[in-house]
Design a protein around this ligand. Structure first.
Ligand code: AMP
Ligand code: MG
Length: 349
């Protein structure tokens, strides 16, 4: 299959490109598109054959459900059985935006899309290109991240091309992605809303709107072996080829320890990498040293994490060390992805 790559400026959307992308989806094909979180790999959410194709293109296990993307509130009722009061409040506050909500599904949503579950995860993105594309595609686009299973989610069209070329009909290149980590997922089917995947919309932000919010305990405890409630969270996503270790503790001690570990790795002849920050970038000497951004602006760290992991792969980094990003708010999302990328290896100093 030949994959067409088309550039789209979100401030000047080309309706003929959107019409063509929409036609591909309605005909059962696949199109990758930009959103505010990461690039998505879209297919018709109400067509079971399309969902099967998404799993095949990604090499993703088919028990890992897809998120259904909509572009207007009116369409929600067709795919969800009921909208609990707390869900309504959350939607009013954060939709459109980087937040996915899990509801009970209607019969219109095939089990192929929900990985056999009776619930459906729904997202209403705010990215103008995503919205125009979903509308052109008929209103219901199933989309996981547009990476091969096991690779970091793509934050640049180049990475989508790397993973999806010749596997799908079209890639819409929307340039840089602002957030860079996947949406927050919150399950509203129980009494207390539960975060199944942390993201840009934080626990604190949700609690301001609906009161108590819980977090799937498997997200918080790095040593936890219980089964996460979002099926996708149990796979080892976001895995770089390098052996990555997080070093956590006081800033100076972390830098000392990373330098010591780098010397040991170099002595073994390994290619080395470091993920640090603007504040510490001068302290390290490795083959690939990358600042994820400033500690004064955690959103910059979230936006560059996946790009750095891909760069390590491209540079054939074999052993890498990262500073830790502990704290409230968006840090929970950053650490959740970083801990997975590190295969849960954290060194306390
Ligand atoms: P991705 O599209 O790559 O961001 O992955 C989708 C994520 O949403 C995976 O972690 C899924 O397990 C999760 N998800 C999708 N649908 C549901 C659902 N009905 N219940 C719980 N988690 C879901
Ligand atoms: Mg993904």
């Amino acid at each position: 299959m030949i994959t067409r790559v088309v550039k789209q400026n979100e401030n000047n959307i080309d309706s003929s490109v959107m019409a063509e992308a929409g036609r591909i989806i309605k005909d059962g094909g696949l199109v990758a598109f930009p959103t505010e979180t990461v690039y998505g790999l879209g297919g018709d959410a109400l067509n079971p054959e399309s969902s099967k194709k998404i799993y095949a293109a990604k090499g993703r296990p088919s028990d890992n459900p897809l998120i259904v993307h909509i572009y207007r509130f009116e369409d929600l009722r067709r795919i969800v059985k009921n909208v609990p009061e707390k869900a309504q409040k959350i939607m009013d506050a954060f939709w459109p935006g980087p937040l996915t909500i899990v509801f009970e599904k209607t019969d219109e949503v095939p089990y192929e899309t929900t990985g056999g579950l009776d619930t459906v995860a729904v997202r209403f993105p705010i990215h103008p290109t995503a919205m125009a594309f979903i509308e052109a595609a008929g209103g219901f686009v199933a989309a996981p991240s547009a990476n091969l299973s096991g690779r970091p989610s793509p934050t640049l069209a180049e990475y989508v091309i790397e993973d999806m070329d010749s596997r799908i009909e079209m890639i819409i290149d929307g340039g840089d992605i602002p957030i860079g980590l996947e949406s927050t997922i919150v399950d509203v089917t129980g009494e207390i809303p539960m975060i199944l995947r942390p993201g840009f919309v934080t626990k604190e932000m949700l609690e301001e709107v609906v009161g108590e919010v819980s977090v799937d305990p498997t997200i918080l405890d790095v040593n936890c072996t219980a089964r996460p409630k979002a099926p996708g969270m149990r796979y080892r996503h976001y895995a770089p080829k390098a052996d990555l270790m997080i070093v956590r503790g006081d800033e100076d001690r972390v830098a000392d320890e990373i330098r010591r570990l780098l010397s040991a790795a170099k002595a073994e002849g390994k290619r080395t990498g470091v993920i640090c920050t603007d504040e510490t970038i001068g302290k390290f000497d490795a083959d690939v040293v990358r600042s994820a951004g400033s500690r004064a602006d955690m959103s910059s760290v979230g936006a560059s994490l996946y790009r750095i992991l891909r760069e390590f792969d491209d540079e054939n980094v074999e052993v890498a060390f990262s500073e830790s990003f502990d704290g409230d708010g968006f840090c929970m999302a950053i650490m959740n992805r970083l801990v997975k990328a590190a295969g849960h290896r954290i060194l306390e100093v």
